[in-house]
Write a protein that binds this ligand. Structure first.
Ligand code: ADE
Length: 319
């Protein structure tokens, strides 16, 4: 997977050379390139921003600088697109052209034709290499934005199948809204994501968060691939994880639950599943409300009933 990140603080991304992502880069599993947006400016001050049209506080990042940079990274010729609606929402508007040629378009959030939201990619072995990535059909362009849909584990899973990710980090009051809409109209799979309901100073931290969530899913990235299977927010029936303990079984007078030392794997599994259901119902009832009752086991349904949920409908409902 090739990852291009554009930022006015590219040095920020030197942290990506550490830890497992650093190892994955050494192994050739991913290649991360951080670019300075100011390298695409032509004025003496290398300015990337201007005042907001219509007035207001702060500065907005100029579309022309972004376009020069993104055209180069995406291998696109500059071209006018007079039909682009600058107010369209990226996540619910169909692309205006080249939908058929761009497999990534089918992966837009909410696309009913593609319920799994799979990013089209080369096969797994090929996607490890970064050579020969020149086509926008292989690329997903991502802008972190506090005013966009939330980035979820589902998005991370889907994006882990892409060959080329390009991240554009906004600063100040953000980037000119025409930029993502323009590239979507050019046939690029463009996404805007928020990582949470709070405002950061720029997109850099959000990109680091998304990148970690995406790259750890790459085949060969984790030492123990099983550790990503059982996690919170994974799979169709996503729950928060059960609590974990290690040795000693008694520490500062606190003993781990007896069932975990019983050696009865069936009982351990049921205990953990019940705990996951109870913790999720308590901390994130919204996740329980999204569960598919038909996909739940009889034992799961019994547990939810005991926790005060009604499970005879399509999704659980708190009584
Ligand atoms: N930029 C500023 N705040 C952000 C957030 N919460 N998510 C994504 N990008 C951001």
């Amino acid at each position: 997977m090739l990852i291009d990140i554009v930022s006015v603080f590219p040095e920020y991304f030197s942290v990506l050379d550490l830890s497992l992502l650093g190892k994955a880069q050494s192994k050739g599993l991913v290649e991360v390139r951080a670019h300075n947006l100011r390298d695409w400016t032509h004025d003496v001050h290398h300015s990337v921003d201007d005042t907001p049209v219509g007035g207001g506080a702060g500065m907005v990042m100029k579309p022309a600088v972004w376009a020069e940079c993104l055209d180069e990274l995406l291998g696109l010729e500059p071209q006018d697109m007079p039909q682009v609606d600058p107010t369209a929402e990226l996540w619910d508007e169909p692309v205006q052209d080249s939908a058929a040629e761009n497999p990534g378009d089918a992966a837009n959030p909410g696309d009913v034709a593609n319920p799994d939201n799979t990013v089209d990619s080369a096969d797994t072995a090929d996607s490890a290499g970064t050579a020969g990535i020149t086509d926008v059909a292989d690329t997903v362009l991502i802008f972190p934005n506090p005013s966009a849909p939330l980035f979820t584990q589902r998005d991370a899973t889907q994006l882990s199948h892409a060959r080329h990710l390009v991240f554009g980090c906004g600063r100040y009051e953000g980037y000119d809204a025409r930029v993502p809409r323009y590239y979507k109209a050019r046939g690029v799979d463009v996404r805007e994501y928020s990582i949470g309901d709070y405002v950061l100073n720029g997109g850099e931290v959000a990109v680091s968060v998304m990148l970690e969530a995406i790259t750890r899913l790459l085949p060969g990235f984790m030492g123990n691939p099983e550790s990503i299977v059982e996690e919170s927010y994974t799979g169709s029936n996503a729950l928060l994880e059960h609590l974990q303990y290690t040795r000693p079984t008694t520490w500062r007078g606190i003993t781990v639950p007896d069932v975990l030392t019983s050696g009865d794997h069936g009982k351990v599994d049921r205990y953990r599943r019940d705990q996951a259901l109870a913790r999720t119902a308590d901390i994130r009832p919204d996740l329980i409300e999204k569960l598919d009752c038909v996909a739940l086991s009889k034992a799961d349904r019994k547990t939810l009933i005991a926790l005060g949920w009604e499970v005879s409908g399509r999704n659980p409902r708190k009584l």
